[in-house]
Design a protein around this ligand. Structure first.
Ligand SMILES: *Cc1c(COP(=O)(O)O)cnc(C)c1O
Length: 399
C-alpha cells in the first residue's frame, strides 16, 4: 500500500480487487485543506498575496532566472502568450495533431490558423521535419507539446525557429517537472512555456495554469491582459499608495487571473512534487517490468540528461495483439480498470477536419498510433496492489 493513501475511507480487505480504478486521480491532503481554510478566513480570496507566493515558488523551483505568471488555466496561458507575441489574423501557428484541442483553439481565438503536423513515431511529440515541411511565409510560431511528460526535440525545434524567425510557445501541460538535456522545461530558450494545474495533471489547483518566461515585455503584456487590460492589477491597487479607486484600462483584456484559493492549493502541491515524481517514476518502472513480453509498445523513457514527468502512461497494441484497442478498453472497463486515449488526433475532430479540409493520409504516424493507443492508470495515490491488478488483467487479456 502506498503511504500517501488517505485513510479517511477505510476500505474492505478485498477492495484492491473490486474497486473501479480510474485512469487518473488528484492527490490532495490535509495540507491543501488547511491552506484553503486559511485563505478563506483571511478575507482575501481572489488574486493576491498567495498567488504572488505561488508564482515566486514555482519560478524558484524551475530556476534559470524565469518569472511565472499565474492564470486560471493553461488554455488561458497559451492564449495570453500567443496574444503577447502579436499573433493575429492571417498568421499560421504550427501545432501537433496529437494533442488536446486547447493547443489549437487558442490560435483560433486570435483569428490565426493552426497548422496541424504529424508526430514522431517513437515519442508521439511533434516531429521537427514535419514542422520544417509545414513552414510557409505566413508561419509565425510553433507550439510544441511535451507529450505524456517527455520533452520534444527542443534543440531541433529552436534551431528551426531561429532559422525562420519564428516564435516558440511550449505547451507544457504534461511536463512538470520535465528535464531536457539537464535543463527544466520552462527554462529553455523558447519565448514562453505554459503549465496546467487541471485536476488530472502532475500538480493541481482544480483549474489553473502558469505562464513562464524571461522577456519583461512579454511578461508585462501577459499580466495586463490576464486582468481586463488594466495597467496595474487589483493587488497593486489595494496595496499601493495611489488612491485605491484609480486604474487605467489600456486594452480589452481577459478574465484569466488565478484565485488565492486555488494558489493556496498550488503552494502545497508544489511542496509535494518531489514525492509525487518519485512515485510516478516507480509506477512507470513497474509497468515497464510487468508488461514486458506482452504485445504492447511501451512509452520511451527520457534519454541522457532527460527526465520524464510521467503525467501519462500511453501504450500501443502491436500487430501481434489478439484483440483491437476498442475491445481491450471495453474488457478492461468490465474488469474495473479505467483507461483513456491521448489523443483522438485533432485532424479527426469534426471542427478541425472540416475547417481545414484535413485528411488522415497527411498524418500517417499519428493515425497509426491512434488506432492502437490507450492510456493506463498512473497516479500517485495508486496502490501497489492496484497496479498489480492492472498488469495481471492486461496479461490475462493479451496472452
Ligand atoms: C490539459 C491540457 C491543456 C489545457 O490545460 P487547462 O489547464 O485545462 O486549460 C492544454 N494542452 C494539453 C496538451 C493538455 O493536456
Amino acid at each position: 500500500m502506498s503511504p500517501s493513501r488517505p485513510q479517511a475511507h477505510p476500505a474492505p480487505a478485498d477492495s484492491a480487487a473490486s474497486e473501479f480504478l480510474p485512469f487518473a486521480l488528484p492527490d490532495l491532503g490535509e495540507e491543501e485543506a488547511a491552506a484553503v481554510l486559511e485563505c478563506l478566513r483571511s478575507g482575501w480570496i481572489t488574486t493576491g498575496a498567495v498567488s504572488r507566493r505561488f508564482e515566486q515558488e514555482f519560478a524558484d523551483f524551475l530556476g534559470g532566472g524565469v518569472t511565472a505568471v499565474a492564470v486560471n488555466s493553461a488554455t488561458a496561458g497559451l492564449h495570453l502568450a500567443l496574444e503577447a507575441l502579436g499573433i493575429g489574423p492571417g498568421d499560421e501557428v504550427i501545432v501537433p495533431t496529437m494533442t488536446f484541442t486547447a493547443t489549437a483553439e487558442v490560435v483560433r481565438y486570435l483569428g490565426a490558423d493552426p497548422v496541424l503536423v504529424d508526430v514522431d513515431d517513437a515519442t508521439l511529440c511533434i516531429d521537427a521535419e514535419a514542422i520544417a515541411a509545414a513552414i510557409t511565409p505566413r508561419t509565425r510560431a510553433i507550439v510544441p507539446v511535451h507529450y505524456a511528460g517527455l520533452a520534444c526535440d527542443m534543440n531541433a525545434i529552436l534551431a528551426l525557429a531561429r532559422r525562420h524567425g519564428l516564435r516558440v510557445v511550449e505547451d507544457a501541460a504534461h511536463a512538470f517537472p520535465t528535464l531536457y538535456r539537464g535543463r527544466a522545461v520552462g527554462t529553455l530558450d523558447s519565448d514562453a512555456t505554459v503549465f496546467s494545474f487541471y485536476a488530472n495533471k502532475t500538480i493541481t489547483t482544480g483549474e489553473g495554469g502558469m505562464v513562464v518566461c524571461r522577456d519583461p515585455e512579454l511578461l508585462r503584456r501577459v499580466r495586463v491582459m490576464r486582468l481586463h487590460g488594466i495597467s496595474e492589477d487589483a493587488f497593486d491597487r489595494y496595496t499601493s499608495r495611489r488612491p485605491a479607486w484609480f486604474y487605467q484600462v489600456v486594452a480589452p483584456g481577459y478574465k484569466y487571473n488565478l484565485t488565492d484559493i486555488a494558489a493556496a492549493i498550488g503552494c502545497q502541491q508544489l511542496r509535494k512534487i518531489g514525492a509525487f515524481l518519485a512515485r510516478r517514476q516507480l509506477l512507470a518502472a513497474r509497468y515497464a517490468e510487468g508488461l514486458a513480453g506482452l504485445p504492447l509498445r511501451l512509452p520511451p523513457d527520457a534519454g541522457a540528461g532527460g527526465q520524464h514527468a510521467w503525467h501519462l502512461y500511453p501504450v500501443r497494441l502491436t500487430a501481434a495483439a489478439p484483440l483491437e484497442r476498442d475491445r481491450l478498453i471495453e474488457l478492461l472497463a468490465e474488469r474495473g480498470v479505467g483507461t483513456s486515449v491521448h489523443y483522438i488526433p485533432l485532424h479527426r475532430q469534426p471542427y478541425w477536419r472540416e475547417r481545414y479540409d484535413l485528411r488522415a493520409e497527411s498524418f500517417p504516424r499519428a493515425e497509426a498510433a491512434y488506432r492502437s493507443l490507450l492510456t493506463l492508470p498512473l497516479y500517485t495515490r495508486m496502490r501497489d496492489a492496484d497496479q498489480a491488478r492492472v498488469i495481471a488483467t492486461l496479461r490475462e487479456l493479451l496472452c
